[in-house]
Design a protein around this ligand. Structure first.
Ligand code: GH3
Ligand code: MG
Ligand code: MG
Ligand code: MG
Length: 314
């Protein structure tokens, strides 16, 4: 019931139905100065459950894109008043990359390199008029799928699989950036290393799955407390937060509150309930590099462990 045309493959229709069930109505912007052209494209898109918005020129399209980050696809004509298709693509690409918005340029066959220029200016793909329904839909779905794959890969590259927190790679990339910004502005910055105490015991006594469950629960608390900072699971049961804007006193208070929160938090493991504690080391920034901060926080974490655990050292 989604697609009437018999020339669409069974597989293609299944993909559409799958998206329908997940309520993934893809939001599309069609930019063309010709009303007939816009209606033609809209009429092709709508039965396939795309949610279509129209713009009459490049400027209008740019403004719509800037306001609505949910638009996943732009189909644009070249010749339009106020702002043509190339300038529209160029302007959009200053703000939104190919992995967040698919742009397909419309060109006319024999129009001397229009299609190549669309791609050079940042479009993902082009369609030469006239095109068949089949070509139109295959191109669109193919480009959207590619964008979604890149999204998946990017997410995996920067997140930890078990907890879905950011990972070490993210921490170092964003951390260096944030630290150099803090240095420029002269903002105080602290770094905290947080480690769950005697975590190995949870695994040994309750099993590895219980250990995983515990890590996930603590991660939820960590995200609430440190999510506004640059924060990641560095590996195992160790987490790291870079906190621009916090001096050593503020950072210590925040960590102390978090330590109490964890201590009081009951974790249900099958038939038993357990609690865990954390230790943390804090380093404050005196124009240090990220590595130096890390080493200092690690020394302080060692002191916290030596001092009996369930404590913060700064
Ligand atoms: P300490 O108080 O000194 O930090 O002791 P600890 O037991 O927490 O530290 P240790 O480094 O000796 O052990 C950490 C354990 O964490 C060992 C490892 O098997 C476990 N671990 C690391 N990553 C995971 C994971 O993803 N899932 C589970 N279940 N366990 C993990
Ligand atoms: Mg035109
Ligand atoms: Mg530990
Ligand atoms: Mg550890």
């Amino acid at each position: 019931y989604v697609v009437k045309e018999s020339r669409f493959s069974y597989e293609y229709v299944l993909k559409l139905i799958h998206r329908l069930h997940k309520n993934q109505h893809i939001k599309v912007l069609v930019a063309d100065d010709s009303k007939t052209s816009r209606k033609f494209i809209t009429t092709m898109l709508q039965p396939h459950l795309y949610q279509v918005i129209e713009a009459e020129d490049g400027q209008q399209a740019l403004e719509i894109i800037q306001k609505d980050s949910n638009i996943k696809l732009l189909i644009t004509d070249y010749n339009m008043p106020v702002m043509n298709g190339f300038d529209l693509v160029k302007n959009i690409r200053r703000e939104v990359d190919k992995n967040s918005l698919v742009i397909i340029g419309l060109s006319t066959q024999g129009s001397g390199g229009l299609s190549a220029k669309f791609i050079k200016n940042g479009a993902n793909d082009f369609l030469s008029k006239p095109f068949s329904h089949e070509e139109f839909h295959c191109r669109i779905l193919h480009n959207i799928e590619t964008m979604e794959h890149v999204e998946t890969i990017q997410h995996a590259a920067y997140h930890d699989y078990l907890t879905d927190l950011f990972n070490r790679r993210y921490f170092y990339e964003k951390g260096e950036e944030a630290l150099s910004n803090s240095h420029k502005k002269g903002t105080p910055t602290c770094l905290a290393l947080i480690d769950i105490d005697h975590f190995k015991k949870i695994n040994d006594v309750y099993g590895h799955d219980a250990g995983d469950h515990t890590l996930k629960e603590i991660s939820v608390l960590l995200k609430q407390a440190f999510g506004r900072f640059i924060f990641a699971r560095m590996g195992g049961e160790e987490f790291c937060a870079l906190m621009p804007g916090l001096d050593i006193n503020k950072a210590t208070t925040l960590l102390e509150n978090f330590r109490e929160l964890v201590e009081d938090h009951i974790i249900m493991l099958d038939n038993t309930s357990v609690t865990v504690t954390i230790s943390a080391g804090i380093a404050s920034d005196e124009n240090n590099s990220l590595d130096e901060l890390m080493n200092e926080a690690d020394r302080q974490l060692y002191n916290a462990k030596e001092g009996g655990r369930n404590q913060i050292c700064a």
